[in-house]
Every structure is written in C-alpha cells, then in structure tokens.
Ligand binder design. Structure first.
Ligand code: AMP
Length: 535
C-alpha cells in the first residue's frame, strides 16, 4: 500500500522561510572585533541571506558549487549558513586555526569556487592566497575598513543583489561540508545534505537533547568552522531562539559579559572554554549575574566530573555530549533518565560525566574481538555508529573505506563502554589507550581524576613505551597559577581511585598542553616527546 502523504523535501529553504515569517522580531546579537555589539533581527537575517543567495547566483553559482567561509561566529556567517545552501551551493567552513598550508590543501581538495572572509582575517588569507584559486573573494567589512582592490565588498554585493529566485532543491542535495581536524593524516571532507542537516537540527532541539526553544537565548561558543557550530545555528533558526554570537572574543570575561548582558540560557563549547570560565567565576564569584540554570553543552573532549560539580555550585548545568565531524556531530547526549531517579548525588554525577545516550535515529554499539560487547558498564569496545546524519564516505576519497564496516556502521576510532541503561562512556581514542601488560588503561579516566585535584589545571595521560609492560601511563600536568603539588601528592590523590597498575609511572609538570585547532589535547606530540622516557 502506498502512503498518501505529500512529498515535502526536508531543506534549509523551509527553515530560512520559517525564521523570517514567524520569528522576524527575534534578535541576533554579534560581538564585533572592536568588542561593540552588532544587533539585527531574524527579519534582517532572512532578507540578507536571500540577498546573499541572489548575489552568488548573479556571480554564476551553480548547483553543488562550494563556497568557502573564513569567518568567526557572527551575523554574516549565519547569513552564509543559509544563503549559500538555499541558492543551491555548498557551505564549506574553513578552520581558521589550521596552518595556512592545511587551509590551502582543504580549499583545493574541496574545489572551493568562492570565498567569503572577515576583513580581520585578510592577513591570514594572505598567507595562503598564492596556493589557492578562488574566483571571487568577498570581504565582510566588520571593522568598516575599505575592502582591498580585487575583492568584492559583502555589503555592496548584498545591496546590489537582484530578487532571489529559490531553485528547486532535493533533500539529498549537498548543503554543507566540513573537514575532519584529525591529529594524524590528511584532513578528510564530509559532505552534509539538506536532509541530514534538517533532521540533525530537529533532533538537537528536542527536550531530552538540548531542549532548544523559542524562549532560549543561545550563545554558540563552539566555532562555526567546527562541525557547523555543532549544528546549533540551524536549530536556532528552526526554533527562532535568540542568538548571541561571541565573534572573535572567546576569553572568559567577554563570554561571561555576553552571557549576562544577553541573558543567555544555553551555550556550547569544548571543555577548555568552560575551564577558563570556571576559573574566572571562582576568582570573582559575585561579578556576573547569569540566568539561573544556564545550560552549557560540553563536547569535543571529555567533560571532567569535577567541572560538572563545580558549575553546579554556580547554578550552571553542564550537559555532556559526544560527536564527530562524521556524525554532524550529535552522537550522544547526557540527561538523567526516569529509570535513574533516586540515585545518590555521587552516583548521579558519575552518570552525568558519561557522554550520554544516542538521540533519536542514532544507534550505537561497541565491538570487541568477540563481536558486539555487552551493555554491562564494564566491557570496552570500539564505538560504532549509524544514522541519517552519519557520513557514508569521504569527499573524493573513494578508497577510504576502512572506517565503515561491511554491515554499514561507521567505525569511530573511539573506545567506549555502554552500560545497562544505554549510557555511553568514552574510555579513549584507540590510539591513546594505554596497553600495559595486556591490560587496557583509560587515559581519559586518569586525566579526569587528575583535574579534580585542586591544584591541577590540565592533565594529559599518554602511553609511553616500556621495556617490560609494552606501555605505561605517563602524566603531564599543568598546575593552576600560584598553586603547587608534587608528583607524589598527585599519585596519592589517584591511589584510592584506581587499581595500582593504572597509576602513572611518572607525573611530569609542564607550562601548557599542546592543543589541536579545535581544542583537543595533541597527545601525538607528547607521545613523541616522551617516547624514550621509560626505555
Ligand atoms: P572532531 O571530528 O574533530 O569533532 O573529533 C571527534 C572526536 O572527538 C571523537 O571521535 C572523540 O574522540 C572526541 N570527542 C568528542 N566529544 C567527546 C567527549 N564528550 N568525550 C570524549 N571525547 C570526545
């Protein structure tokens, strides 16, 4: 029997139209490079995104053409998020924290035709412009400075745009692309479709995921060049949530000011951002008046339990989530299920420190050498995932098939544990797991326990080659300014929490932990640095 429903494509054109028609009065606030606040409304966004689409069409944009952005989080980037795909193009966000050679490699590999760039990022573009061939470079005049010769002025382009003609879009048309920020190997491109973005945005907004609503004021700290700011700008336009963009100012004081002044109720970022914010709050606990129960989504790296506890003291709620570029990124989100009501506070914190349960339409499993691992809260296995917003391959890398199983699951490269309630806990990246005398040791668990010590700011635990045990854990610790602790004291702090063989053989101190462009600890660098430590 055939269904009798309309064939209504799931596209961003609908989301843009909805934002303009229903939420025109809602504000979009952006912090500019000079720290002043730029304000517009969804009605302006709707009009300007369509003008951008029309301007690109006038420049010759064809269906499937890639348009790159090199931009911070602000109103014009949001316009690009919709103007490009609604005109049939593919939004390709370039990560401005990468080395210029890598940005050039990625832009060339993606075949980007046009570039939209913030004027304050022109010096960065200069560093790789000889290696790329954008047909047009469109400059967003955030500072009001004159746009260089040979480039288009974004504002003038929009002002002169003809009326926008909405092209027919199929929900499986490409709409966006991001490259993985892998710590090893060449970056790989993931191409999102209208359908995958729309379904992801819808699932993200549901109550047990982020519960994003029209009444929220959302501050996406996660960059719009890091997996589309986790899809939040799309969810915001769908729900008509107010947006407060931090622009280039990601330091704790500017973020806290923005959260206070724009009455932010939901924010999202990596643990490093939240750790910085926590320190600022602890230093001046009375300085900011924030919204009660401000929700802070924390992903990209593990959220330490100690951090979740500390924010609770300020009436702020950390929501732990897990994802990857290949999963759009939402793969798991933490909320306390009804069946867990009545846990003791300590038990509840242990659950909240896990990465969570999959949202609707995402399925998780962990695979060990003996097949699917049981959901028993103990067995570790490789985390595999499938769903309508999970990649089925990489852009123009047809031979890269190792990351998919024959039965259609994506192999994440993470080692995880699933418990009987369906909560997933990441133990490690496969390559970071410490294999000591045939036993596995989770570096993430050790790191989280180390940062719970009051003197510790950051900690990385790596596997260092060992003549007897193959590998042993080695901890590199950064202390908080003005604090002190000895290696012995830190080992004593860990001792009651772990089996003896888990304790790091060495605890070393450093001024900083090297990080990737998206704020993850660069353990490969540390592993190289300490490869001969025990040998
Ligand atoms: P990316 O594609 O750059 O977003 O990196 C994805 C990887 O980040 C995952 O495979 C995990 O290893 C790591 N990751 C993301 N979220 C978390 C989390 N909440 N806890 C631990 N690791 C995470």
């Amino acid at each position: 029997m055939q269904g009798t429903m309309m064939d209504f494509p799931l596209t961003l054109a609908h989301v843009l139209g909805r934002a303009g028609q229903l939420f025109g009065a809602t504000e979009i606030v952006s912090r500019l490079p000079d720290k002043s606040l730029h304000r517009q409304r969804y009605a302006d966004f709707h009009r300007r995104a369509k003008a951008l689409g029309a301007a690109l069409q006038k420049l010759g944009l064809k269906k499937g053409d890639r348009v790159a952005t090199l931009m911070w989080n602000h109103y014009a980037h949001l316009e690009a998020y919709f103007g490009i795909p609604c005109a049939g193009g593919v939004l390709h966000t370039l990560n401005l924290r990468l080395h210029p050679d890598d940005i050039a490699y990625i832009a060339n590999h993606a075949g980007d035709r046009f570039l939209i760039v913030d004027d304050v990022l022109l010096p960065l573009l200069e560093k790789f412009s000889a290696q790329v061939k954008f047909e047009r470079v469109i400059v967003v005049p955030l500072t009001g400075a004159a746009v260089p010769q040979g480039c288009d002025d974004y504002e003038q382009l929009l002002a002169a745009a003809p009326a926008f003609v909405q092209p027919a879009l199929d929900e499986n048309d490409a709409a966006g692309m991001c490259y993985t920020s892998g710590t090893t190997g060449k970056p790989k491109g993931v191409v999102y479709t209208h359908r995958s973005i729309v379904l992801h945005a819808l699932a993200t907004a549901t109550v047990d995921v982020l519960g994003l609503s029209n009444r929220d004021s959302l501050c996406p700290v996660v960059p719009m060049f890091h997996v589309n700011a986790w899809g939040l700008p799309f969810s915001a336009a769908m729900t008509g949530a107010k947006l407060a963009f931090p622009g280039p100012h990601l330091d704790a004081v500017n973020l806290l000011d923005l959260c206070q002044d724009e009455r932010v109720t939901l924010s999202a970022g990596v643990p490093t951002i939240w750790m910085g914010m926590l320190q600022a709050l602890q230093k001046e606990p009375k300085r900011w008046k924030l919204q009660n129960n401000l929700r802070m989504v924390c992903g990209g790296a593990a959220a330490p339990e100690s951090m979740i506890r500390a924010f609770d003291q300020f009436g702020m709620r950390v929501i732990h989530g897990w994802g990857m570029t290949e999963t759009s990124p939402l793969g798991a989100i933490n909320f306390i299920k009804r069946e867990l009501e009545g846990l003791s506070p300590d038990e509840e914190y242990a659950v909240r420190a896990k990465q969570g349960v999959p949202p609707p339409f995402v399925e998780l499993r962990t695979m060990s050498e003996n097949g699917e691992a049981p959901w028993d809260g103990k067995a570790m296995g490789e985390l595999q995932v499938r769903g309508p917003w999970v990649a089925a391959g990489y852009h123009e890398l047809p031979s890269e098939t190792d990351q998919w199983t024959k039965d259609g699951w994506f192999r994440t490269g993470d080692i995880a544990i699933l418990d009987q309630h369906g909560y997933m806990k990441i133990a490690d990246r496969i390559k970071d797991l410490v294999k000591s005398g045939g036993e596995w040791i989770s570096s993430v668990d050790l790191e989280n326990a180390l940062v719970a010590h009051p003197a510790v700011l950051e900690a990385a635990v790596i596997a260092a080659p060992h003549p007897k045990w193959d590998e042993r854990p080695l901890a590199v610790v950064v202390l908080k300014p003005g604090q002190s602790a000895t290696a012995e004291a830190l080992r004593e702090h860990l001792a009651p929490l772990f089996a003896k063989f888990w304790l790091p053989d060495a605890v070393l101190f450093a001024d900083a932990i090297p990080k990737t462009s998206t704020g993850k600890m660069l353990k490969a660098t540390l592993r190289e640095q300490y490869q001969n430590y025990f040998t």
